[in-house]
Design a protein around this ligand. Structure first.
Ligand code: NAD
Ligand code: DAU
Length: 350
């Protein structure tokens, strides 16, 4: 039986990766390691928590000794590393947490793998999940390829870029078998409502202001989270050691256009007259260092490993809105308590 460590499995993308692996590979033992920060939520996994091949470990990747002990105890065959502080706005408020988890935490995992895998690296795989934000910002044309130079602008993207460099360096220096993917913006169920789409669905539902940063002209390339999970599955099993793969949705949207589409869908699903919530749009102070445009050239992944996105955005977007409207309890649970404080801090004086 293969033992796979998935870090950050209680978060948005991690929970979809854990579900896919637990269900698709009953012959693997899946270990979900998560600190359960504000973004980690075991409610995301209630449907698979009783599967015999699923195990949960509550731990902090910043604790290097603990990572070593766990690698020694379980002798993992593979790692899919998603645990991270992931929200750009929080990184602007508190960069240190991002450096600790995203950089130090990643290096702790690499150190544990280096020590425990020293005689058997050929059979192992350390998969580091990263972001397109490491490449910086594009102008009106072009797309990021795997060879685009790194130029991060936020503390979040700088910490992810740094972790990518360490992962590559541990491959080149110590022979750790690694693979890295850099993905564009994900949407779908279970995303914490600090990120644009779930935040705005929740605000439209409650008729609260929609804080659009700057002029709303920034462009993001949106991919359904379940497709990110299938891309990770493909790369984990077929990716070439030492390589990087870009993952994207071929689906660019200007923020303001995406927001208007979201308003149209939410109003329709709640039985409100078309255009009811357009007046909630409120232009607020821009995000510092706000990247103008991201776009991914994912042709390497398509040509070499045969993966490409299949979910049509129009359908994925509708079902995503339906999920948030149907899962009221989930939304209520994650937006109670410290979320209110976060919201006031981020948006009250913007
Ligand atoms: P998320 O914030 O929803 O989840 C992060 C998870 O990591 C949470 O469960 C949290 O509890 C856990 N975690 C945080 N610090 C930890 C620590 N010190 N020790 C152990 N666990 C810890 O994030 P997400 O959006 O699911 O992103 C997952 C990964 O994918 C990240 O590495 C992120 O950089 C990357 N990524 C995200 C996107 C996106 O659009 N969300 C796109 C590309 C790449
Ligand atoms: O590109 C991949 C990245 O996508 C991931 O690495 C990050 O973890 C993930 O958070 C996401 O980063 P973004 O900054 O692009 O996502 P966010 O949802 O925070 O913002 C999307 C766009 O919407 C961005 O241009 C900022 C804007 N925005 C966001 C919020 C929260 C607003 O206009 N208003 C808001 O209130």
């Amino acid at each position: 039986m293969k033992k796979i460590l998935i870090t950050g499995g209680a978060g948005f993308i991690g929970s979809h990766v854990v579900r896919l692996f637990v269900k698709k590979y009953p012959e693997y033992a899946i270990y979900n390691l998560d600190k359960l920060t504000y973004a980690g939520n075991l409610e995301n996994l209630t449907d698979i928590e009783k599967y015999p091949n699923y195990h949960f470990i509550k731990a902090d990747i910043v604790d290097g000794n603990k990572m070593f002990e766990l690698f020694q105890q379980y002798q993992f065959d593979g790692v899919i590393h998603l645990a991270a502080e992931s929200h750009v706005d929080r990184s602007i408020e508190n960069p240190m947490e991002f450096i600790m988890t995203n950089v130090v935490g990643t290096v702790n995992l690499l150190n544990a793998a280096r020590k425990i895998w020293k005689d058997s690296t050929g059979k192992k795989m350390f998969y580091h999940v990263s972001t397109d934000e490491v490449y910086g910002s594009l102008g009106e044309t072009g797309a990021f390829t795997e060879t685009t130079p790194y130029m991060p602008h936020s503390p979040y993207s700088a910490s992810k870029a740094s972790s990518d460099h360490f992962v590559r360096a541990y491959h080149d220096t110590y022979g750790i078998p690694i693979v890295i993917s850099n993905c564009s913006n994900n949407y779908g169920p279970n995303q914490f409502p600090e990120k644009l789409i779930p935040l705005f669905i929740n605000n439209i539902k409650h008729q609260k202001k929609l804080p659009v940063y700057g002029q709303g002209i920034n462009v993001r390339d949106w991919l359904h989270v379940e497709e990110h999970a299938t891309a990770i599955d493909t790369i984990f099993h077929k990716g070439k050691i030492g390589e990087t793969y870009n993952i994207g949705g071929n689906n660019e949207w200007k923020n303001i256009d995406l927001i208007k589409k979201l308003i149209e869908i939410v109003d329709r699903k709640l039985g409100r007259p078309d255009g009811t919530s357009l007046s909630l749009i409120t232009y607020v102070t821009d995000r510092a260092g706000h990247d103008l445009r991201y776009a991914i050239d994912a042709s390497k992944l398509k040509n070499e490993l045969g993966w490409e996105p299949k979910i049509k955005f129009t359908e994925g977007f509708e079902t995503t809105v339906e999920w948030y409207l149907a899962n009221e309890k989930w939304l209520e649970n994650v937006t109670s308590g410290s979320y209110q404080e976060y919201y006031r801090k981020m948006y009250d004086n913007r």
